[in-house]
Structures are given as structure tokens and as C-alpha cells.
Design a protein around this ligand. Structure first.
Ligand code: GDP
Ligand code: IMO
Ligand code: MG
Length: 435
């Protein structure tokens, strides 16, 4: 069963887009399984940069079937814009399939998300303002719209009409204009007409591909520490980015997953609010942020920057059953004299190597640092582990030891080719290459 899940091990933006694009060359299908247009996945191909919000990062390959699974919340406007952008740049989107049962982000979800953040003031989550929470909320409350509903005017009128009764009341109470039923119905009918050809029963598409023996990649959005269950609630997103989300949101069972590739940065970043024990508020952090161009792909907000943290890494390896790691952005640490990384945390006067499940406990935690010697050399042109400076090799090995799973890929630049491949037994087995 050659299904591989690609999952973020930190707070998102770890380089999942690059990882997916790199691996997709050898696969038939890439499936997005959760999240929505809060994601921004960057793929760099030569001089070209693609920033993808909803379309899976394998779409640049002409042989690819790209699937937006049932677990994704789709803003049809963003998807149509993205299709237009890709088409204008010569990428064929005819093979992008969208689950008929994926939920729709409606304009009132976006308005509610933004108004709620304003109302929360200093306690805001720092969402991307894309309506993600309200759309997943309606899904759970069983009052959401699904992509297939966009094809039926009668259903649209009934369901939007019912939703607006509450939504308009809420919006008006928060001082924001409500929405008019017929305007929304016409908008939704237009989306349905445009996207009709892409709608599909994606579960059977994925199952069919796996039954044929095709290799399928499941591309996570966000990251483990933003997971609705596993992150520092309430400073999380509203879906399950963890590998288990690929089952519920991609249409497969747990035994169909044969590899989980965790993606992490050689340091860490976080966008939005919430506890962040290794956050750097000094010049070193500002330097990494500048070199790493750490600005949100979707919102353009500056990303918070911090050292690598082994405690949540072990947690992420455990809850995702990570089998191997892609380590990104090692190049941005060049020139730092002493790199720090956290091993245990001091929480409530107790030293622990266990990531606390309570966000409140986490916000009281103090990091205990270990120091690593840095290296001055730039790494962009390096293509083999042996050619890395000795200090960089030691740093990679230390992360690998904390993670207790192999780092199979090390990335030293945004471009596809700026990737160091290490021994990778399972992938080589699949490709028929001797390990
Ligand atoms: P994603 O959301 O996990 O797909 O990550 P983003 O695309 O939001 O952010 C990662 C950023 O880092 C993008 O601009 C990538 O092009 C870039 N990137 C990925 N890997 C590397 C790397 O190893 N080195 C450098 N310099 N940039 C990288
Ligand atoms: P990718 O897929 C980084 C963060 C937001 C906020 C929290 C909740 O590119 O890694 P939401 O809009 O989801 O309700 O916001 O989650 N967030 C991300 N941070 N990368 C992302 O996606 C994110 N998607 C959401 O900043 O803290
Ligand atoms: Mg991103």
C-alpha cells in the first residue's frame, strides 16, 4: 500500500510545499486532506515561485492527479482564482479533483472569523481571517454546505436561508453587515457552474489509485502544534493536521499508510498568538527572520522565530508515527556563532521532557538550552551530507538523536534541487532501486 503522509511537525510553514513537490515526481496522486486557504505552500521551480493555498503541491507535474479531499474546507473563490493563476502560468488544472463532500467556506464564515478576532481583542488567536474556524464549526454542527450542494439551487436556498437566520443576528450584534440570501445563492450557483467538472467522489479515486499500486502522497497543511486536539488550545487551527487526519480527510484507513514523513525547520517559527517557549526576541531572531524571509505566505504577517525545540518534536514524532524527517532551512543558520536548542522544559518547577497537553502549563514553561557550535559557511550549493561543515553535520545528527527517527532529506534552499538525499530504504524499495 504505497501511501505516504507529509505532515508538519511544528507550527506550520515548515516547507511542506517544497517537500511534496520534491517527492511528487515519483507519485501518481497528491491529496490535500485538511485545512483550507489558511495554508500557503511554496513551490520553487527554477526561477518560478508558486504559492498554493488549496491545490496540492504536486500540480506542477503534468502526470499528476491532484485531489482536494473531503476533510478540506474550500473557499470556491480562492480555488477559482488559483485555477486561473495556474492556467495563466501554463499549468493544466483539468486533473484537479475536488471532493463532493468537502465543506464550503461562505462569505459569512470569513466575516464571522474576522469580527470574532476583533471582539477577542488582546486574547485573539491571530487567525488568517479566512473563515476556517466558523466553516469547520458549521460542519460539526451539521449546518454546513458541501461542494455538491453548489449544484442545486433549491438546496442552496434552503440551507443558506437557514444558516443566515443565525449568522446575520451574530454579525449584526458584532457591528458587521449581514448577508442577503439571493445574492449568496447566485454567487454559489456561479461557483458550482465553474467547478462542476472538478467535483468527484475522491475517496474512490484514492482507493482506486492505491488498489492499482500507484503511489499516493497525502499533503498536510498547518502543523502538529496547531492541531485542534494536539496543539496549545485555543491557539490552534480548527482541523487535524496530524497524520491521522489523512485517514479521515483523505479517504483511507490507518493500515493503508506505509510512511509518514515529518517536515521541520532547523529552527522554528510561529504565526499568530499562543505560547512559544523558545521564541527569540533578540537580534539573532531578527536575523533569522530576515534571512529566512519569515513572513506569512497568506497574510504577509511577520512570523515569530525561535530555536529548535526537542520536546514538541518528540511529541510530534509520537502522535504522527513519523517514520522519517525532512529537515528544512538549514542554510538560514549559517553565520550564527552558537546555535541553541532546547532539550527539557522546566514547567511548574519540574524538569520535563514531555510536551504539556495544557496550553496554560506550556505558557509557564521555561526552556533549558543546550548549545551547538555554529558554522560560517553558506550551504546553498551543498548536495551531499559529507560536504556539510562538520558543525552542521553534528547539529543534524543531534536533531536526529532527539527525534529517534532518521532524517532522510536535508534542505539547503527553496529550489527543488537544493536538497540533500540520504539513504532512504522504503522509497528506494518502491522505486525498485536496491537499498
Ligand atoms: P509550507 O506552508 O510548509 O509549505 O511552507 P511555506 O511555503 O509557507 O514556507 C516555507 C518557505 O521556505 C517558502 O518560502 C519556501 O520556498 C522556503 N524554503 C523551503 N525550504 C527551504 C530551505 O531549505 N531553505 C530556504 N532558504 N528556503 C526554504
Ligand atoms: P501552512 O499550511 C502557519 C495559524 C494562524 C493562527 C492559527 C489559527 O502554510 O503551514 P486559522 O486561520 O487556521 O483559524 O488560524 O493557525 N495558521 C498557520 N500558521 N502556517 C499555516 O499553514 C497556518 N494556517 C493557520 O496563524 O495562529
Ligand atoms: Mg505556509
Amino acid at each position: 500500500m504505497p501511501a505516504t503522509v507529509i505532515v508538519g511537525l511544528q507550527w506550520g510553514d515548515e516547507g511542506k510545499g517544497k517537500t511534496t513537490d520534491f517527492l511528487a515526481e515519483q507519485t501518481a496522486m497528491v491529496v490535500r486532506y485538511q485545512g483550507g486557504d489558511n495554508a500557503g505552500h511554496t513551490v520553487v521551480r527554477g526561477d518560478e515561485v508558486f504559492k498554493l493555498r488549496l491545490t496540492p503541491s504536486g500540480v506542477l507535474y503534468p502526470h499528476m492527479t491532484s485531489v482536494i479531499g473531503n476533510g478540506v474546507v474550500v473557499n470556491p473563490l480562492t480555488l477559482i482564482d488559483e485555477f486561473d493563476m495556474l492556467t495563466a502560468r501554463g499549468i493544466d488544472v483539468a486533473r484537479v479533483r475536488v471532493s463532493r463532500s468537502a465543506h464550503v467556506i461562505m462569505p459569512y464564515h470569513v466575516a464571522l472569523d474576522r469580527a470574532n478576532e476583533v471582539r477577542l481583542g488582546g486574547a485573539k488567536v491571530g487567525t488568517t481571517g479566512r473563515g476556517i474556524g466558523p466553516a469547520y464549526g458549521d460542519r460539526a454542527w451539521r449546518i454546513g454546505l458541501r461542494m455538491e450542494d453548489l449544484l442545486d439551487r433549491q438546496v442552496l436556498r434552503e440551507r443558506i436561508g437557514r444558516a443566515l437566520l443565525d449568522k446575520n443576528l451574530l454579525l449584526e450584534a458584532m457591528g458587521v453587515d449581514g448577508f442577503e440570501l439571493e445574492t449568496l445563492v447566485e454567487l454559489a450557483i456561479g461557483w458550482g457552474e465553474r467547478l462542476r467538472e472538478h467535483l468527484d467522489d475522491t475517496t474512490w479515486l484514492v482507493q482506486g489509485a492505491l488498489a492499482r499500486g500507484d503511489h499516493v502522497l497525502f499533503e498536510g497543511a498547518q502543523g502538529t502544534l496547531l492541531d485542534l486536539d494536539h496543539g496549545s488550545y485555543p491557539y490552534v487551527t480548527s482541523s487535524n493536521p496530524v497524520a491521522g487526519g489523512a485517514c479521515t480527510g483523505g479517504g483511507i484507513g490507518p493500515l493503508q499508510v506505509d510512511e509518514v514523513i515529518g517536515v521541520m525547520k532547523a529552527y522554528s517559527t510561529r504565526v499568530g498568538s499562543g505560547p512559544y517557549p523558545t521564541e527569540l526576541l533578540d537580534d539573532i531572531g531578527a536575523g533569522i527572520a530576515e534571512r529566512g524571509r519569515e513572513f506569512g505566505t497568506v497574510t504577509g504577517r511577520p512570523r515569530r522565530v525561535g530555536w529548535f525545540d526537542a520536546v514538541p518534536l518528540r511529541y510530534a514524532v509520537a502522535v504522527n508515527s513519523v517514520s522519517s524527517i525532512m529537515l528544512d532551512k538549514l542554510d538560514h543558520l549559517s553565520g550564527i556563532e552558537t546555535i541553541r536548542g532546547i532539550v527539557p522544559l522546566d514547567t511548574d518547577d519540574r524538569r520535563t521532557e514531555t510536551w504539556p497537553s495544557s496550553g496554560a502549563a506550556l505558557s509557564r514553561a521555561t526552556p533549558v538550552y543546550e548549545e551547538f557550535e555554529g558554522w560560517p559557511e553558506p550551504l546553498h550549493a551543498i548536495r551531499s551530507l559529507a560536504d556539510l561543515p562538520a558543525a552542521a553535520r553534528r547539529y543534524v545528527s543531534a536533531i536526529e538523536e532527539y527525534a529517534r527517527v532518521p532524517i532522510v532529506l536535508v534542505s539547503v534552499g527553496p529550489e527543488r534541487t537544493q536538497t540533500i538525499e540520504r539513504v532512504w530504504p522504503s522509497m528506494r524499495r518502491r522505486l525498485g532501486v536496491p537499498a
